[in-house]
Design a protein around this ligand. Structure first.
Ligand SMILES: [Mn+2]
Length: 323
């Protein structure tokens, strides 16, 4: 029995109709038998927090469009995602384009109340990385404010633990410092994967290092990254874990459509394989951020982001199938 009703692509082709994430139903149109909803996907069209090139506010629309060709059965996990999870597109969060802090508050309020707060998990599609703070906060609230915070798996070129840029404390360079400061994330159970330089200063590493965030640079990944990640996952056990994916950890050759480019990252194939290697993790929530459609002439960045959504949801499906 399907948990998510998709339009039959032989009746209503993938290139027709109004685009929702992966063609999942809009939240108000979810069939009663598919409740409670397992995941609410929503867009956050906000890029007021960027330090360099703007445009990620158009990310949710681009990812919705690119995701029309995401199918439902995973060969690698041998599972039909839509038979396993009830999924919906909850539309876009209300944003405040000129004010990062107010935006974070609005998005948090919207996300905290979506669908069934006790049972529905949240996947936010950015937008710049500042919006991760809001989805982390909403997830933390919905999980009953776990003391000590959530564990976190972070893919990025950057640590995003700068206290403030031009006095702005809620921009895309700061979401993890804010989340750690507020106890939403436990830095001792956080891993940042794919970090690349150069940095503005060596001191940019200080905050994360002082709080024991496990940093796996892209260069280090080539040596023993998979083993480090496996050990981290073993240490996590069943802990509720938040997954945050900044598309700029992917090599610009594979994901040019982003605002703070950093050459020499993961290929798209490596990206999907790394995500699949997380199978077994207890996901509490997730985001995929920093897709900038204006710099994505062939749409490959948005298309990869759409498949990152699929692989992320599969992780929860694997876990539910095996439990
Ligand atoms: Mn980031």
């Amino acid at each position: 029995m399907a948990r998510t009703h998709l339009p039959d692509s032989r009746v209503s082709p993938r290139f027709a109709g109004v685009a929702t994430f992966c063609r999942y139903p809009l939240l108000p149109l979810v069939a009663p038998e598919c409740l409670p909803l397992d995941w609410a996907l929503y867009g956050v069209p906000f890029d007021g927090g960027v330090t360099y090139r703007p445009g990620a506010r158009f990310g949710p629309r681009a990812v919705r469009d690119a995701s029309q060709y995401v199918k439902r059965y995973s060969i690698e996990h041998d599972l039909d995602l839509c038979d396993t999870l009830s999924l919906a597109d909850a539309g876009d969060a209300p944003v405040s384009p000129y004010d990062c802090r107010e935006n974070a508050q609005r998005v948090t309020e919207f996300a905290a109340a979506l669908a069934d707060p006790a049972r529905t998990k949240l996947l936010a599609v950015g937008g710049d990385h500042s919006i991760a703070y809001a989805n982390i906060k909403a997830t933390w609230l919905r999980r009953g404010r776990p003391s000590g915070g959530l564990a976190c798996i972070h893919f990025d070129s950057h640590l995003d633990t700068v206290d403030a840029v031009w006095g702005e404390k809620w921009g895309h360079a700061s979401p993890f410092l804010r989340a750690i400061e507020e106890g939403l994330i436990d830095p001792a159970r956080m891993i940042s994967i794919g970090i690349k330089g150069p940095l503005n200063t060596k001191a940019d590493l200080d905050y994360a290092k002082a709080r024991a965030v496990q940093i796996v640079t892209h260069a280090r990944w080539q040596a023993d990254g998979p083993a480090q990640l496996a050990a981290f996952l073993a240490k996590l056990g069943d802990a509720e874990t938040y997954l945050t994916f900044d598309i700029d950890c992917v090599d610009p050759a594979y994901a040019p459509g982003t605002g703070t480019l950093c050459p020499g990252g993961f290929t798209s194939a490596e990206t999907l394989a790394i995500l699949r290697s997380l199978a077994g993790v207890n996901l509490a929530g997730a985001d995929i951020v920093e897709v900038l459609p204006d710099r994505d002439p062939a749409g490959i960045t948005a298309f990869l982001a759409a498949h990152i959504i699929f692989e992320t949801l599969c992780l929860d499906a694997v876990r539910r199938k095996s439990n």
